[in-house]
Write a protein that binds this ligand. Structure first.
Ligand code: FMN
Length: 414
Protein backbone atom coordinates (compact mmCIF):
# COMPACT_ATOMS: atom_id res chain seq x y z
CA UNK A 1 0.00 0.00 0.00
CA UNK A 2 1.44 3.37 -1.01
CA UNK A 3 1.60 6.64 0.84
CA UNK A 4 2.11 10.18 -0.48
CA UNK A 5 5.80 10.00 0.37
CA UNK A 6 6.26 7.38 -2.36
CA UNK A 7 5.61 10.14 -4.91
CA UNK A 8 7.47 13.31 -5.83
CA UNK A 9 6.30 16.42 -7.67
CA UNK A 10 8.72 17.78 -10.23
CA UNK A 11 8.51 21.49 -10.99
CA UNK A 12 11.42 22.70 -13.10
CA UNK A 13 14.57 21.73 -11.23
CA UNK A 14 12.67 21.12 -8.03
CA UNK A 15 11.66 17.80 -6.59
CA UNK A 16 9.02 18.24 -3.91
CA UNK A 17 6.78 16.35 -1.54
CA UNK A 18 3.60 16.50 -3.65
CA UNK A 19 1.58 18.44 -1.06
CA UNK A 20 0.59 22.06 -1.62
CA UNK A 21 -1.19 23.98 1.09
CA UNK A 22 -3.65 26.14 -0.83
CA UNK A 23 -3.91 29.90 -0.55
CA UNK A 24 -6.49 31.05 1.98
CA UNK A 25 -7.19 34.74 2.07
CA UNK A 26 -7.32 36.97 4.06
CA UNK A 27 -4.20 35.81 5.89
CA UNK A 28 -5.78 32.48 6.85
CA UNK A 29 -2.88 30.79 5.08
CA UNK A 30 -0.30 32.86 6.93
CA UNK A 31 3.37 33.17 6.13
CA UNK A 32 4.02 30.88 9.11
CA UNK A 33 1.83 28.15 7.60
CA UNK A 34 3.34 28.49 4.13
CA UNK A 35 6.85 28.46 5.60
CA UNK A 36 6.14 25.19 7.40
CA UNK A 37 5.09 23.55 4.13
CA UNK A 38 8.31 24.76 2.51
CA UNK A 39 10.44 23.62 5.42
CA UNK A 40 8.92 20.15 5.16
CA UNK A 41 9.66 19.91 1.45
CA UNK A 42 6.24 20.78 0.03
CA UNK A 43 4.68 24.00 -1.22
CA UNK A 44 2.90 26.59 0.90
CA UNK A 45 0.86 29.54 -0.28
CA UNK A 46 0.51 32.99 1.11
CA UNK A 47 -2.28 35.12 -0.37
CA UNK A 48 -2.21 38.70 -1.57
CA UNK A 49 -5.89 39.24 -0.77
CA UNK A 50 -6.31 42.59 1.06
CA UNK A 51 -2.55 42.83 1.32
CA UNK A 52 -2.68 46.32 2.86
CA UNK A 53 -4.53 45.14 5.92
CA UNK A 54 -2.28 42.08 6.19
CA UNK A 55 0.76 44.33 6.08
CA UNK A 56 -0.74 46.68 8.70
CA UNK A 57 -1.41 43.78 11.03
CA UNK A 58 1.92 42.08 10.57
CA UNK A 59 4.42 44.79 9.73
CA UNK A 60 3.07 47.85 11.51
CA UNK A 61 2.29 49.87 8.42
CA UNK A 62 -0.84 52.05 8.26
CA UNK A 63 -2.07 51.66 4.72
CA UNK A 64 -5.74 51.15 5.61
CA UNK A 65 -5.93 54.07 8.09
CA UNK A 66 -4.28 56.35 5.57
CA UNK A 67 -6.62 55.25 2.79
CA UNK A 68 -9.66 55.89 4.99
CA UNK A 69 -8.29 59.32 5.94
CA UNK A 70 -7.79 60.14 2.28
CA UNK A 71 -11.31 59.08 1.26
CA UNK A 72 -13.22 59.91 4.45
CA UNK A 73 -15.27 62.56 2.60
CA UNK A 74 -16.90 59.77 0.56
CA UNK A 75 -18.09 57.45 3.35
CA UNK A 76 -21.79 58.43 3.08
CA UNK A 77 -21.67 58.58 -0.71
CA UNK A 78 -22.81 55.36 -2.38
CA UNK A 79 -20.92 56.18 -5.55
CA UNK A 80 -17.58 54.51 -4.93
CA UNK A 81 -16.08 55.04 -8.37
CA UNK A 82 -13.57 57.62 -7.11
CA UNK A 83 -11.93 55.20 -4.69
CA UNK A 84 -8.81 54.26 -6.58
CA UNK A 85 -6.01 52.21 -5.08
CA UNK A 86 -2.62 53.88 -4.96
CA UNK A 87 -0.48 51.59 -7.10
CA UNK A 88 2.67 52.45 -5.17
CA UNK A 89 1.01 51.33 -1.94
CA UNK A 90 -0.06 48.00 -3.44
CA UNK A 91 3.52 47.51 -4.54
CA UNK A 92 4.95 48.43 -1.16
CA UNK A 93 2.55 46.22 0.81
CA UNK A 94 3.07 43.24 -1.51
CA UNK A 95 6.84 43.62 -1.39
CA UNK A 96 6.72 43.68 2.38
CA UNK A 97 4.47 40.64 2.69
CA UNK A 98 6.32 38.57 0.10
CA UNK A 99 9.80 39.85 0.94
CA UNK A 100 9.56 39.16 4.68
CA UNK A 101 8.12 35.72 4.00
CA UNK A 102 10.85 34.77 1.53
CA UNK A 103 13.60 36.04 3.88
CA UNK A 104 12.33 33.61 6.52
CA UNK A 105 12.14 30.62 4.20
CA UNK A 106 14.10 27.50 5.12
CA UNK A 107 14.20 23.99 3.76
CA UNK A 108 13.82 22.37 0.37
CA UNK A 109 10.23 23.36 -0.42
CA UNK A 110 8.72 26.45 -2.01
CA UNK A 111 6.46 29.36 -1.17
CA UNK A 112 3.91 30.54 -3.73
CA UNK A 113 1.36 33.33 -3.65
CA UNK A 114 -2.34 33.00 -4.48
CA UNK A 115 -3.59 35.89 -6.65
CA UNK A 116 -7.33 36.15 -7.19
CA UNK A 117 -8.47 37.96 -10.31
CA UNK A 118 -11.84 38.72 -8.71
CA UNK A 119 -10.12 41.26 -6.48
CA UNK A 120 -10.79 43.82 -9.18
CA UNK A 121 -9.88 46.81 -6.98
CA UNK A 122 -11.62 49.45 -9.15
CA UNK A 123 -8.93 49.03 -11.85
CA UNK A 124 -8.60 45.31 -12.59
CA UNK A 125 -5.71 45.28 -15.02
CA UNK A 126 -3.52 47.93 -13.49
CA UNK A 127 -3.83 46.62 -9.95
CA UNK A 128 -3.30 42.98 -10.93
CA UNK A 129 -0.18 43.92 -12.90
CA UNK A 130 1.29 45.64 -9.84
CA UNK A 131 0.35 42.74 -7.55
CA UNK A 132 2.01 40.16 -9.80
CA UNK A 133 5.07 42.27 -10.57
CA UNK A 134 5.70 43.18 -6.94
CA UNK A 135 5.47 39.52 -5.89
CA UNK A 136 8.02 38.61 -8.56
CA UNK A 137 10.29 41.48 -7.54
CA UNK A 138 10.17 40.37 -3.92
CA UNK A 139 11.35 36.87 -4.81
CA UNK A 140 8.25 34.68 -4.63
CA UNK A 141 8.92 31.11 -5.84
CA UNK A 142 5.65 30.85 -7.74
CA UNK A 143 2.27 32.43 -8.42
CA UNK A 144 -1.02 30.56 -8.47
CA UNK A 145 -3.61 32.48 -10.47
CA UNK A 146 -6.99 32.00 -8.83
CA UNK A 147 -10.65 33.09 -8.78
CA UNK A 148 -11.00 34.08 -12.39
CA UNK A 149 -10.17 32.98 -15.91
CA UNK A 150 -6.98 35.10 -16.04
CA UNK A 151 -7.20 35.37 -19.81
CA UNK A 152 -4.72 38.25 -19.92
CA UNK A 153 -2.64 37.62 -16.80
CA UNK A 154 0.51 36.20 -18.40
CA UNK A 155 0.53 39.21 -20.72
CA UNK A 156 0.67 41.54 -17.72
CA UNK A 157 4.06 40.18 -16.65
CA UNK A 158 5.58 38.84 -19.85
CA UNK A 159 8.30 41.50 -19.81
CA UNK A 160 9.35 40.73 -16.27
CA UNK A 161 12.87 39.23 -16.11
CA UNK A 162 11.57 36.33 -13.98
CA UNK A 163 8.58 35.53 -16.25
CA UNK A 164 10.14 32.41 -17.78
CA UNK A 165 11.80 31.09 -14.61
CA UNK A 166 9.28 31.54 -11.83
CA UNK A 167 6.67 28.80 -11.33
CA UNK A 168 3.31 29.94 -12.69
CA UNK A 169 0.09 28.00 -12.25
CA UNK A 170 -3.62 28.46 -12.71
CA UNK A 171 -6.61 27.07 -10.81
CA UNK A 172 -9.38 25.72 -13.02
CA UNK A 173 -12.55 23.78 -12.34
CA UNK A 174 -13.23 22.60 -15.89
CA UNK A 175 -11.46 21.60 -19.08
CA UNK A 176 -13.12 24.53 -20.82
CA UNK A 177 -11.58 27.05 -18.41
CA UNK A 178 -8.15 25.54 -19.03
CA UNK A 179 -8.61 25.56 -22.79
CA UNK A 180 -9.61 29.24 -22.71
CA UNK A 181 -6.67 30.10 -20.49
CA UNK A 182 -4.18 28.35 -22.76
CA UNK A 183 -5.65 29.86 -25.91
CA UNK A 184 -5.74 33.43 -24.62
CA UNK A 185 -2.31 33.33 -22.98
CA UNK A 186 -0.77 31.39 -25.86
CA UNK A 187 0.71 34.46 -27.50
CA UNK A 188 3.23 34.74 -24.65
CA UNK A 189 4.60 31.31 -25.70
CA UNK A 190 4.67 30.13 -22.17
CA UNK A 191 2.71 27.28 -20.65
CA UNK A 192 1.71 27.15 -17.00
CA UNK A 193 4.12 25.04 -14.94
CA UNK A 194 1.23 23.36 -13.14
CA UNK A 195 -2.55 23.39 -13.18
CA UNK A 196 -4.55 23.07 -9.97
CA UNK A 197 -7.81 21.31 -10.78
CA UNK A 198 -10.21 22.33 -8.05
CA UNK A 199 -13.39 20.32 -7.61
CA UNK A 200 -16.69 21.27 -5.96
CA UNK A 201 -15.78 20.22 -2.39
CA UNK A 202 -13.17 22.96 -1.90
CA UNK A 203 -13.30 25.88 0.50
CA UNK A 204 -13.50 29.52 -0.50
CA UNK A 205 -15.19 30.48 -3.79
CA UNK A 206 -16.22 27.70 -6.12
CA UNK A 207 -15.66 27.61 -9.86
CA UNK A 208 -19.11 26.03 -10.26
CA UNK A 209 -22.71 27.21 -10.15
CA UNK A 210 -25.19 26.21 -7.48
CA UNK A 211 -25.34 22.84 -9.25
CA UNK A 212 -21.84 22.15 -7.86
CA UNK A 213 -22.95 18.82 -6.35
CA UNK A 214 -23.39 17.36 -9.82
CA UNK A 215 -19.65 17.58 -10.52
CA UNK A 216 -16.85 15.40 -9.33
CA UNK A 217 -13.15 16.09 -9.16
CA UNK A 218 -11.90 12.72 -10.44
CA UNK A 219 -14.02 13.04 -13.59
CA UNK A 220 -12.81 16.59 -14.31
CA UNK A 221 -9.19 15.53 -13.85
CA UNK A 222 -9.67 12.54 -16.17
CA UNK A 223 -11.14 14.83 -18.87
CA UNK A 224 -8.31 17.32 -18.55
CA UNK A 225 -5.67 14.56 -18.58
CA UNK A 226 -7.11 12.99 -21.72
CA UNK A 227 -7.21 16.34 -23.51
CA UNK A 228 -3.66 17.29 -22.48
CA UNK A 229 -2.41 13.89 -23.68
CA UNK A 230 -4.17 14.33 -27.03
CA UNK A 231 -2.60 17.78 -27.38
CA UNK A 232 0.79 16.36 -26.31
CA UNK A 233 1.00 18.85 -23.48
CA UNK A 234 2.85 17.72 -20.39
CA UNK A 235 1.64 19.90 -17.52
CA UNK A 236 1.48 18.53 -13.96
CA UNK A 237 -2.06 18.45 -12.56
CA UNK A 238 -2.67 19.14 -8.89
CA UNK A 239 -5.92 17.75 -7.45
CA UNK A 240 -7.77 20.02 -5.00
CA UNK A 241 -11.00 19.95 -3.05
CA UNK A 242 -11.98 17.27 -0.57
CA UNK A 243 -8.61 15.50 -0.34
CA UNK A 244 -8.91 14.72 3.35
CA UNK A 245 -6.47 11.86 3.98
CA UNK A 246 -3.12 10.81 2.58
CA UNK A 247 -4.90 7.87 0.97
CA UNK A 248 -7.29 10.24 -0.85
CA UNK A 249 -4.18 11.95 -2.22
CA UNK A 250 -2.62 8.62 -3.27
CA UNK A 251 -5.80 7.70 -5.17
CA UNK A 252 -5.58 10.91 -7.20
CA UNK A 253 -1.88 10.40 -7.86
CA UNK A 254 -2.43 6.83 -8.95
CA UNK A 255 -4.86 8.25 -11.49
CA UNK A 256 -2.33 10.66 -12.91
CA UNK A 257 -2.35 13.72 -10.66
CA UNK A 258 1.14 14.98 -9.89
CA UNK A 259 0.21 16.27 -6.45
CA UNK A 260 -2.60 17.59 -4.30
CA UNK A 261 -3.61 20.99 -2.97
CA UNK A 262 -5.18 20.84 0.47
CA UNK A 263 -6.48 23.48 2.84
CA UNK A 264 -9.32 22.53 5.17
CA UNK A 265 -7.26 20.26 7.41
CA UNK A 266 -4.82 23.12 8.03
CA UNK A 267 -7.55 25.56 9.16
CA UNK A 268 -7.26 24.03 12.66
CA UNK A 269 -3.47 24.20 12.77
CA UNK A 270 -1.70 26.55 15.16
CA UNK A 271 -0.08 28.35 12.25
CA UNK A 272 -3.40 29.12 10.52
CA UNK A 273 -4.42 32.79 10.81
CA UNK A 274 -7.99 32.22 12.03
CA UNK A 275 -8.56 33.22 15.66
CA UNK A 276 -8.45 30.22 18.02
CA UNK A 277 -12.15 30.62 18.87
CA UNK A 278 -13.03 30.33 15.19
CA UNK A 279 -10.85 27.23 14.84
CA UNK A 280 -13.06 25.62 17.51
CA UNK A 281 -16.12 26.46 15.37
CA UNK A 282 -14.50 24.57 12.51
CA UNK A 283 -13.75 21.58 14.74
CA UNK A 284 -17.28 21.46 16.12
CA UNK A 285 -19.16 21.90 12.84
CA UNK A 286 -21.47 19.12 11.74
CA UNK A 287 -22.39 18.41 8.14
CA UNK A 288 -25.63 20.42 8.33
CA UNK A 289 -23.66 23.45 9.61
CA UNK A 290 -21.93 23.89 6.24
CA UNK A 291 -23.59 25.55 3.25
CA UNK A 292 -22.81 26.80 -0.21
CA UNK A 293 -24.51 30.14 -0.80
CA UNK A 294 -24.42 33.13 -3.14
CA UNK A 295 -23.78 35.94 -0.66
CA UNK A 296 -20.31 36.71 -2.01
CA UNK A 297 -20.48 39.85 -4.16
CA UNK A 298 -18.02 38.23 -6.58
CA UNK A 299 -20.84 36.22 -8.17
CA UNK A 300 -19.17 32.89 -7.34
CA UNK A 301 -20.84 30.52 -4.89
CA UNK A 302 -18.93 30.22 -1.65
CA UNK A 303 -18.87 27.51 1.02
CA UNK A 304 -19.02 28.55 4.67
CA UNK A 305 -20.28 27.69 8.14
CA UNK A 306 -23.95 28.64 8.49
CA UNK A 307 -23.25 30.43 11.79
CA UNK A 308 -20.72 32.83 10.24
CA UNK A 309 -21.40 36.21 11.91
CA UNK A 310 -21.00 38.00 8.57
CA UNK A 311 -24.13 36.38 7.09
CA UNK A 312 -26.98 38.91 7.12
CA UNK A 313 -24.92 41.46 9.04
CA UNK A 314 -26.01 44.56 7.07
CA UNK A 315 -22.65 46.29 7.53
CA UNK A 316 -22.28 49.80 6.09
CA UNK A 317 -19.98 49.37 3.05
CA UNK A 318 -16.34 50.02 3.99
CA UNK A 319 -14.92 50.64 0.53
CA UNK A 320 -13.07 53.76 1.73
CA UNK A 321 -10.94 51.45 3.88
CA UNK A 322 -11.02 48.33 1.70
CA UNK A 323 -12.85 48.27 -1.66
CA UNK A 324 -11.11 45.20 -3.09
CA UNK A 325 -14.23 43.98 -4.88
CA UNK A 326 -15.07 47.24 -6.65
CA UNK A 327 -15.25 46.43 -10.34
CA UNK A 328 -13.85 48.52 -13.20
CA UNK A 329 -16.79 50.92 -12.76
CA UNK A 330 -16.44 51.21 -9.01
CA UNK A 331 -19.43 48.97 -8.27
CA UNK A 332 -19.94 46.04 -5.93
CA UNK A 333 -23.05 43.86 -5.67
CA UNK A 334 -23.07 44.33 -1.90
CA UNK A 335 -23.46 48.12 -2.20
CA UNK A 336 -26.54 47.65 -4.41
CA UNK A 337 -28.05 45.16 -1.96
CA UNK A 338 -27.30 47.44 0.98
CA UNK A 339 -28.85 50.48 -0.72
CA UNK A 340 -31.96 48.50 -1.58
CA UNK A 341 -32.46 47.60 2.09
CA UNK A 342 -31.80 51.16 3.29
CA UNK A 343 -34.40 52.48 0.84
CA UNK A 344 -36.90 49.83 1.90
CA UNK A 345 -36.40 50.61 5.62
CA UNK A 346 -35.73 54.37 5.79
CA UNK A 347 -36.31 54.58 9.55
CA UNK A 348 -34.22 51.57 10.57
CA UNK A 349 -31.04 52.29 12.55
CA UNK A 350 -29.48 49.16 11.10
CA UNK A 351 -30.57 47.09 8.13
CA UNK A 352 -30.19 43.39 7.45
CA UNK A 353 -28.86 42.30 4.07
CA UNK A 354 -29.43 38.61 3.55
CA UNK A 355 -28.56 38.08 -0.12
CA UNK A 356 -25.06 39.60 -0.17
CA UNK A 357 -22.31 40.26 2.34
CA UNK A 358 -19.67 42.96 2.71
CA UNK A 359 -16.98 40.36 2.04
CA UNK A 360 -13.96 42.67 2.48
CA UNK A 361 -15.06 43.73 5.96
CA UNK A 362 -15.99 40.26 7.08
CA UNK A 363 -12.97 38.45 5.69
CA UNK A 364 -10.80 41.13 7.29
CA UNK A 365 -12.48 40.46 10.66
CA UNK A 366 -12.61 36.64 10.26
CA UNK A 367 -16.43 36.80 10.32
CA UNK A 368 -17.14 34.76 7.19
CA UNK A 369 -16.04 31.27 8.08
CA UNK A 370 -15.36 29.82 4.66
CA UNK A 371 -14.42 26.17 4.71
CA UNK A 372 -14.23 22.98 2.69
CA UNK A 373 -17.03 20.43 2.45
CA UNK A 374 -15.29 18.00 4.82
CA UNK A 375 -14.89 20.49 7.65
CA UNK A 376 -17.33 18.32 9.61
CA UNK A 377 -14.64 15.63 9.72
CA UNK A 378 -12.06 17.85 11.44
CA UNK A 379 -13.24 16.60 14.83
CA UNK A 380 -11.86 13.20 13.83
CA UNK A 381 -8.37 14.69 13.41
CA UNK A 382 -7.81 15.79 17.02
CA UNK A 383 -8.80 15.16 20.61
CA UNK A 384 -11.17 17.19 22.79
CA UNK A 385 -10.70 18.16 26.43
CA UNK A 386 -13.33 17.85 29.15
CA UNK A 387 -14.96 21.17 28.12
CA UNK A 388 -15.28 19.90 24.56
CA UNK A 389 -12.55 22.10 23.10
CA UNK A 390 -10.25 20.48 20.59
CA UNK A 391 -6.48 20.50 20.68
CA UNK A 392 -5.01 22.61 17.88
CA UNK A 393 -2.60 20.74 15.64
CA UNK A 394 0.82 21.76 14.42
CA UNK A 395 1.05 22.25 10.67
CA UNK A 396 3.90 19.74 10.75
CA UNK A 397 1.62 17.12 12.30
CA UNK A 398 -1.05 17.60 9.60
CA UNK A 399 1.53 17.74 6.79
CA UNK A 400 3.20 14.53 7.97
CA UNK A 401 -0.17 12.84 8.36
CA UNK A 402 -0.87 13.56 4.68
CA UNK A 403 2.65 12.48 3.76
CA UNK A 404 2.92 9.16 5.59
CA UNK A 405 -0.53 7.87 6.47
CA UNK A 406 -1.94 4.76 4.81
CA UNK A 407 -5.34 3.13 4.67
CA UNK A 408 -7.19 6.42 5.31
CA UNK A 409 -5.85 6.48 8.86
CA UNK A 410 -5.58 9.86 10.56
CA UNK A 411 -2.91 10.32 13.22
CA UNK A 412 -4.19 12.03 16.37
CA UNK A 413 -1.92 14.51 18.17
CA UNK A 414 0.21 13.13 21.00
C1 FMN B 1 -10.63 28.84 4.72
C2 FMN B 1 -10.35 28.71 3.27
C3 FMN B 1 -10.05 29.84 2.52
C4 FMN B 1 -9.75 29.73 1.16
N1 FMN B 1 -9.41 30.85 0.46
C5 FMN B 1 -8.99 30.73 -0.82
C6 FMN B 1 -8.48 31.87 -1.52
O1 FMN B 1 -8.38 32.95 -0.96
N2 FMN B 1 -8.11 31.70 -2.81
C7 FMN B 1 -8.18 30.48 -3.44
O2 FMN B 1 -7.82 30.38 -4.61
N3 FMN B 1 -8.64 29.39 -2.79
C8 FMN B 1 -9.02 29.49 -1.51
N4 FMN B 1 -9.43 28.37 -0.83
C9 FMN B 1 -9.35 27.05 -1.52
C10 FMN B 1 -8.08 26.30 -1.13
O3 FMN B 1 -6.93 26.98 -1.51
C11 FMN B 1 -8.01 24.87 -1.69
O4 FMN B 1 -7.83 24.81 -3.07
C12 FMN B 1 -9.20 23.98 -1.34
O5 FMN B 1 -9.89 24.39 -0.20
C13 FMN B 1 -8.70 22.55 -1.16
O6 FMN B 1 -9.70 21.70 -0.70
P1 FMN B 1 -9.81 21.24 0.84
O7 FMN B 1 -10.08 22.46 1.62
O8 FMN B 1 -10.96 20.27 0.81
O9 FMN B 1 -8.51 20.58 1.22
C14 FMN B 1 -9.76 28.45 0.53
C15 FMN B 1 -10.07 27.33 1.30
C16 FMN B 1 -10.36 27.44 2.64
C17 FMN B 1 -10.66 26.19 3.43
Amino acid sequence: MKCVDDFRLRLGQHELVPIMIGGMGVDISTAALALEAARLGGIGHISDAMVHTVSDRRYETRFVKDRLKHYKYNVQNMDKSELKFHLGHIEEATRLHVGRTMEAKQGPGMVFINCMEKLTMNAPKETLRVRLTAALDAGIDGITLAAGLHLGSFGLIEDHPRFRDVQLGIIVSSLRALQLFLRKNGRTHRLPDYVVVEGPLAGGHLGFGMDWAEYDLATIIAEIRAWLAAEQLDIPLIAAGGVFTGSDAVEFMEHGAAGVQVATRFTVSKECGLPDKVKQEYFKADEQDIEVNTISPTGYPMRMLTNSPGIGAGTHPNCESFGYLLDANGRCAYIDAYNREVEAHPDAKKVQVMDKTCLCTHMRNFDIWTCGHYTYRLKDTSVANAEGNYQLLSAEHVFHDYQYSKDHKIALPA
